[in-house]
Design a protein around this ligand. Structure first.
Ligand SMILES: C[S@@+](CC[C@H](N)C(=O)[O-])C[C@H]1O[C@@H](n2cnc3c(N)ncnc32)[C@H](O)[C@@H]1O
Length: 213
């Protein structure tokens, strides 16, 4: 998958790209490209935003700046879905992640300050996605959430078997994963359920099914 992110802070993504699962698929299943709006802005001195029409606090990311950034990379028309990260967008769920992870090419647009000029969302983006009903200071954390969630669905991102049975997966019928435990078997009197120590795989499977939340 080719996943492009347009941002004001491409360097902020270096942590993400050093971590699994992103690091595991970078250069093979995932071609992650980071673009700065400032590199293609038609305005002087790297300007990318402006005061809101109608007044009010904060600055708004300009439509001509985002159009120029997209054009510099894709020419007249992007050959892919372009997702604006926005609190007003469709709420992110595992189903949305699966849908986006199935794309061969995808673009994410991050904003900050007061957000996007609405014409970006209406005319330049194909989708708007919110990572939850709260406001963050920028779209880079939401973009990183999406990059991570998508990367772990790509082949080779996770150790064999570990991505199939987990919260929200069809194996758990969309439910939340059963409780997991590790050593010690007892700590401060808190015991791991005996069935998990029994070595009886059929009973363990039954117990886990019963404890999907
Ligand atoms: C401070 S927010 C803008 C908030 C906007 N003025 C409002 O009241 O809805 C700046 C940017 O952060 C990103 N952002 C903030 N919260 C988000 C969320 N829950 N989901 C996705 N993106 C978000 C978006 O790119 C947004 O344009």
């Amino acid at each position: 998958m080719q996943l492009d992110v347009f941002t004001l802070v491409p360097h902020a993504y270096s942590w993400l790209t050093e971590q699994r699962p992103v690091a595991a698929v970078l250069g093979t299943e995932l071609d992650l490209r980071l673009f700065s709006y400032r590199d293609s802005t038609p305005l002087r001195a790297g300007q990318v935003d402006d005061e809101p029409y109608g007044g009010g606090a904060g600055m708004v990311l300009r439509v001509d700046v985002v159009a120029a950034a997209l054009e510099a990379v894709y020419g007249a028309r992007p050959d892919r879905r372009v997702v604006a990260l926005s609190p007003q967008g469709r709420q992110l769920t595992q189903d949305v992640v699966e849908e986006l992870a199935a794309e061969e090419r995808l673009t994410l647009l991050s904003a900050r300050y007061e957000g996007f000029d609405e014409r970006i969302v209406e005319h330049l983006a194909t989708d708007a996605i919110s990572i939850g009903p709260y406001v963050l200071s920028n779209g880079d954390l939401p973009a990183m959430v999406l990059v991570d969630a998508i990367a772990r669905r790509l082949p080779g991102a996770l150790a064999a078997g570990s991505g199939e049975v987990e919260s929200f997966s069809s194996e758990l019928e969309g439910g939340l994963e059963y409780p997991q435990y590790t050593r010690p078997a007892e700590f401060r009197g808190w015991r791991v359920p005996d069935v998990l120590l029994s070595g009886d795989h059929a009973r363990v499977d039954r117990w886990r099914k019963e404890h999907v939340r």
